[in-house]
Design a binder for this molecule. Structure first.
Ligand SMILES: [Zn+2]
Length: 860
């Protein structure tokens, strides 16, 4: 097979010739598992010295130079560097001061062995940096290279198991700050430019290499002997002042805790963090230079306890990654869940001491189980450990199974082997694989040799197969027979603990055991015995409660005279059971569900439970409740929420009620309240509205009111002081237009990748474009949105495909919308497996809503 290649002999001189090489030896796009293995075997001791010249204009090109050095132990095959741009981005390639020939094949620079030596090699490359993952703005830029995006910027071996040291030099406009993984070695000013030189890093994986540069404010603080610098853009100095010390202190606490738990000192040279407006994730764990979404760290004055917990958790999560992920890294991205589960697992342990007033068992339950079930009960679910043939698909591995289910699995593992053995195993794991890579099975191996239990068998079900178990509780001949329903994998037993509370007359008794059989167990029960399965919220699955027990739980909700019912974990676990029951159409019907929520909310003062109930209420309200019934309940719902808002003394809960009210309000009186809150004519004691709240009020008024949108938005733009929020508001406004032609034009504009760059903005706009009240007019966007998914996977960040799908379909519950999805999947029989799953996950509630409506009889 012959095919033309462009060979560059000297800078500027291009020569096209034919190569006799077999095509199969040429790399395809991305990094295949085979290329990953071949490079891992032959390349070692990698160092990159990189220099980037960043101009002031965000569209001007960034020139780069790189000196790459490494040890090569074989000359059997060509050297393949990843550079996901096009050949025009490569200016020259040299070895030992001489230009050498290279080919540019499928976004790789390919160098023949004749230009290399066995042993130490140095290659210098001049290039134009690719923009795709540089997030360039007028006043700043930042990298986001996870999972395989470093190669979109500069040439390298872009795979996690080829750790390298990096020495970065950045030339920036004069008034720009710069931060990277390494400490600052020197800063010089030259001809109106800044030159930042950073120290060589410790060995890190390519997805962890990072820098940010631009107009940032800086705060430096030394806490507990550790100096940290925070870079941020927030202009509200009061807000900064309110948050600054707490943000530093949370980091210090997290790092100290981790040093003590792991018995490994902080493994990198320095610790800084950068707060970025509309950052794609909550945070990203670049060693020495963690990036955060500014709004997850700088909280509003009225932040709920949930928000404060989330902030502490994201800080603890990213800090934990310094050990779990950064010091010891997965060998291949299919094990990406492992670093995420450790980070979550550690974060849960770390935030406990900082929030003694919080019920952490309840928090763990509500933060993980419902979100994991949402995916695990869908037809598009996946196992925790997935297969990955090429790194270019690594982004599709991320989702609730990794972030929410895996921590539950890890918690089960810790229950199984005990905290001490867990900690010892993790310490050995970190020690053995420091500055290197490891797989899940490496950890299982370490644990297995310390315990007589069969951990591998357990792991093969929980980690390597998808889905969740369903348990039936059937009363027959004076016995309660508990059995595991047949599921998608034959003969699979989900080994796990199960605790049941029985209530007979007024007395309770408990049963706790480990499930080891499909016919779980049978218990003798007297008539009228109530059953509360999984009352401690530890077990994972759908536990089918009988109607009498469900009804009794609602009737005697949080009964002050009953210490079982006053236990918030008990209430949380039963609410989760009931939600699963609702979703599986085992009752209650939507209208009853809404009425139950309004019966129980006044008896609930736990902010986590209030938030959980309100979130379910809003889902049922917009997705499952028929229009007619919604109208019937409208006034009652608004009155109830407003009454609760006024009555509660807890500021966080007040905000939760405000947000739910804002979401549901539709009557003239409700809209009047929103407007009066928005223009400060109505002030509710202890309800503090942030700029973001005001903006969202403006959105709701534009969406639901009869007023002139232009007047609303002109005023809101005038009142919005923060430039980043102002820019976002301007972006979202057309999605809220009352004119469908303008909305269509906005949707059309999203077809251009450059208009999707600010992903958080796009998602906010989509949530209004597809709002349930606009769902009918948004139907024409559904098929094109599905058609765009593959391109979005290529151009967007890792979470974007999932979020694009979810936000698009969240507002839809019509048979027509479900039909569009079905047709799309039918028309694309060979659609990529991971993306098909994302579609099925995002449309699971839609399918269920359609089924609810069809199963009319059930609703009565
Ligand atoms: Zn993480």
């Amino acid at each position: 097979m012959r095919f033309p290649l462009i060979i560059i002999l000297t800078a500027g001189l291009f020569l096209v010739f034919s190569c006799k090489k077999n095509r199969s030896s040429q790399p395809g796009k991305g990094v295949s598992y085979a290329l990953n293995e071949q490079r891992k075997k032959t390349i070692d001791s990698i160092h990159y010295a990189i220099e980037l010249d960043i101009p002031s204009g965000k569209n001007e090109r960034i020139n780069g130079k790189e000196l790459l050095s490494f040890q090569l132990n074989s000359l059997d095959s060509s050297l393949v560097l990843d550079f996901s741009t096009d050949s025009s981005h490569v200016t020259s390639v040299q070895a030992k001061g001489k230009y050498i020939p290279f080919a540019f094949v499928n976004q790789h620079i390919v160098i023949e062995p004749s230009s290399l030596v066995k042993g130490y090699n140095e290659i210098s490359i001049e290039f134009i940096a690719g923009d795709l993952s540089l997030n360039r703005n007028e006043e700043y830029l930042y990298t986001l290279f996870v999972p395989d995006r470093a190669s979109t910027c500069f040439p390298l071996f872009d795979q996690p198991n080829l750790k390298a040291t990096y020495a970065l030099t950045l030339k920036t406009p004069e008034n720009w700050e710069a931060v990277s993984n390494g400490s600052l070695k020197s800063k010089k000013s030259e001809k109106g430019r800044n030159i930042y030189q950073f120290q060589k890093t410790k060995p890190i994986s390519s997805y962890l290499f990072a820098f940010a540069a631009g107009q940032f404010f800086k705060a430096v603080k030394t806490v507990g002997g550790r100096e940290m610098t925070m870079y941020y853009r927030e202009t509200d100095t009061v807000k900064v002042k309110q948050n600054r010390d707490e943000v530093f202190s949370l980091h210090t606490k997290a790092l100290s805790w981790l040093e003590s738990y792991t018995s490994v000192s902080y493994p990198f040279d320095k610790f800084d963090f950068v707060l970025i407006p509309s950052f794609q994730y909550g945070g990203m764990e670049h060693p020495g230079s963690v990036f955060y979404n500014e709004s997850s760290l700088f909280l509003d004055e009225n932040a709920s306890v949930n928000k404060k917990l989330s902030r502490a958790s994201v800080i603890a999560h990213e800090s934990a990654h310094m050990w779990f992920g950064d010091l010891v890294t997965m060998d291949w991205f299919n094990d990406v869940w492992l670093k995420e589960v450790f980070a979550n697992f550690m974060a849960a342990k770390i935030v406990h001491p900082s929030f003694p007033e919080i019920n952490h068992r309840l928090r763990f339950l509500l933060a993980h189980y419902p979100a994991a079930y949402e995916v695990d009960r869908s037809a598009g679910t996946n196992p925790v450990l997935q297969e990955l043939g090429n790194l270019k698909n690594a982004g599709t591995l991320y989702g609730a199974i990794i972030y929410m289910k895996a921590p539950v699995v890890m918690h089960h593992l810790e229950l199984k082997i005990g905290e001490k053995l867990m900690q010892e195993s993790l310490q050995e794991y970190l020690k053995t694989f420091s500055y290197s890579n490891a797989r899940w099975d490496d950890l299982i191996g370490i644990i297995d040799k310390r315990t007589p239990q069969d951990i591998s068998q357990w792991s093969s079900v929980w980690v390597k197969t998808p889905g969740m178990p369903t348990y039936d509780f059937v009363r027959k001949n004076g016995k309660m027979q508990i059995s595991q329903q047949k599921d998608s994998v034959a003969d699979r037993i989900w080994q796990q603990p199960l605790a049941i509370k029985w209530q007979n007359d007024k007395s309770y008794h408990d049963t706790a055991f480990t499930i080891t059989d499909r016919q779980v167990k049978a218990f003798t029960v007297t008539p009228g015995t109530l059953t509360f399965p999984n009352y401690d919220g530890v077990s994972y699955g759908y536990f089918k409660m009988d109607s009498a027990s469900k009804a009794d739980f609602i009737t005697h909700y949080n009964n002050a005279a009953d210490t079982v019912r006053t236990n918030p974990v008990f209430r949380g676990a039963m609410l989760v059971n009931i939600w699963e029951s609702f979703i599986h159409e085992d009752g209650p019907a939507p209208e009853k569900f809404v009425n139950d929520v309004f019966a129980t909310l006044p008896k609930e003062e736990n902010p986590l439970l209030v938030d959980y109930m309100l979130s379910n209420l809003q889902t049922v309200w917009w997705t499952f409740l028929e229009q007619e019934k919604r109208s019937f309940l409208q006034e009652k719902a608004e009155k109830a929420l407003w009454g609760l808002l006024e009555k509660t003394k807890d500021k966080g809960i007040k905000t939760s009620y405000f947000r739910a009210f804002k979401n549901i309000a539709l009557t003239p009186d409700g809209l009047q309240k929103l407007e009066s809150l928005w223009n400060d004519r109505l002030v509710v004691k202890d309800l503090v509205l942030s700029e973001d709240d005001k903006i969202s009020l403006a959105y709701e008024l534009a969406l639901k009111g009869n007023g002139d949108n232009k007047l609303i938005f002109d005023k809101q733009l005038e009142n919005t002081k923060n430039p980043d929020r102002k820019a976002k508001l301007k972006f979202v406004i057309p999605a809220l237009s009352k004119n469908v032609t303008e909305r269509n034009a906005f949707f059309e504009s999203l077809k251009k990748p450059e208009n999707r760059e600010k992903e958080a903005w796009v998602l906010e706009a989509l949530s209004y474009l597809h709002h349930p009240m606009r769902a009918e007019s948004a139907i024409p966007y559904l098929r094109p949105s599905l058609n765009m998914l593959q391109e979005i996977q290529l151009t967007g960040d890792i979470f974007f495909p999932t979020r694009w799908m979810h936000t698009t379909f969240a507002g839809h519950h019509s048979a027509e919308a479900a039909g569009i999805v079905r047709d799309f999947l039918r028309d694309n029989p060979v659609y990529p497996y991971y993306l098909r799953n994302k579609v099925l996950q995002a449309t699971d509630l839609l399918d269920r809503a359609v089924r609810f409506e069809r199963d009319e009889g059930f609703q009565k």
